[in-house]
Design a protein around this ligand. Structure first.
Ligand SMILES: C[S@@+](CC[C@H](N)C(=O)[O-])C[C@H]1O[C@@H](n2cnc3c(N)ncnc32)[C@H](O)[C@@H]1O
Length: 249
């Protein structure tokens, strides 16, 4: 991941897009009644930050990346952090009422193992929430001249070790991890044409970082210009299906 991008700003932007979905999932999982909850792959704490408005539970969070955790301590000082691996969670069985993740599974080598670990540390009857995982294999760009952006970004993600189509697979992954699927669906996406100028710039910084080395800088600049012009004409749309699923242990 490009160190020049402010990842906390990016993660906060993504958390903004899933805010109402998260509220729905927290209600389904009875978060307000929970006494201990865990976010796996918490990053800089963008999703943790508003949790105290939903629950008085003890909030635990884990990430592989030590520097991300240091940032998360600033944004969610109420949480208890562990530097650890989602593939082998360093917690005893059945201690959390709810475990959840947000834009994590696409990055892990073995998502079924991560879900099995989340299930193991969740009490019987508790909930596992997979709150947002993208499916770039069904990304739709309009106008057609921008369609190659999707293919190139998907390739870039694959080369970074991610599974760009993970969102599509969530029900099957929960099933393989022996988690009883309660609900699954696709997040209502923000229309790309409705992005604020700052959000659009951030979207393009991620895109430029993903496309660097894949396309000459001049070609990236002309795609960006084409995007600007399409937006002005009201012809730009972008849809990346982002899936969620939750289940009971
Ligand atoms: C895209 S970020 C999402 C962060 C946060 N959940 C959010 O949505 O703001 C994915 C995070 O997962 C972490 N991660 C990736 N693989 C992991 C693993 N095997 N164990 C723990 N954390 C992992 C990364 O370090 C990164 O912070």
């Amino acid at each position: 991941m490009n160190p020049e991008i402010n990842w906390h700003v990016r993660f906060t932007q993504q958390a903004g897009w899933t805010a109402s979905l998260r509220k729905h999932l927290y209600a389904k999982a009875n978060l307000s009644q929970a006494s201990a909850i865990l976010e796996v792959g918490c990053g800089t704490g963008a999703v943790l930050a508003d949790l105290p408005t939903f629950t008085s539970a003890h909030i635990h969070a884990l990430d592989l990346d030590h520097s991300r955790l240091q940032e998360a301590c600033q944004h969610a000082p109420f949480a208890q952090f562990v530097n650890g691996n989602a593939l082998a969670l360093p917690y005893p069985p059945h201690i959390f009422d709810v475990t959840f993740c947000h834009f994590l599974l696409l990055w892990v080598r073995d998502p079924v193992q991560v879900l099995s670990e989340m299930s193991r540390v969740t009490r019987t009857g508790g909930s596992v929430l997979v709150m947002a995982e993208p499916d770039y294999s069904h990304r739709i760009d309009q106008p057609q001249g921008l369609a190659r952006l999707g293919g190139l970004q998907t390739q870039a993600l694959q080369e970074q070790g991610a599974d760009p189509a993970i969102g599509l697979k969530l029900p099957a992954l929960l099933d393989q991890a022996d988690i009883k699927l309660m609900e699954t669906g696709i997040l209502k996406n923000l229309k790309a044409e409705a992005l604020s100028p700052a959000d659009w710039e951030l979207e393009w910084s991620v895109l430029e970082s993903d496309l660097a080395g894949r396309l000459p800088a001049s070609e990236i600049a002309s795609l960006k210009e084409f995007d600007i012009q399409s937006r002005k004409q009201g012809e730009r749309s972008l849809f990346v299906p982002t899936h969620f699923a939750w289940g009971r242990v």
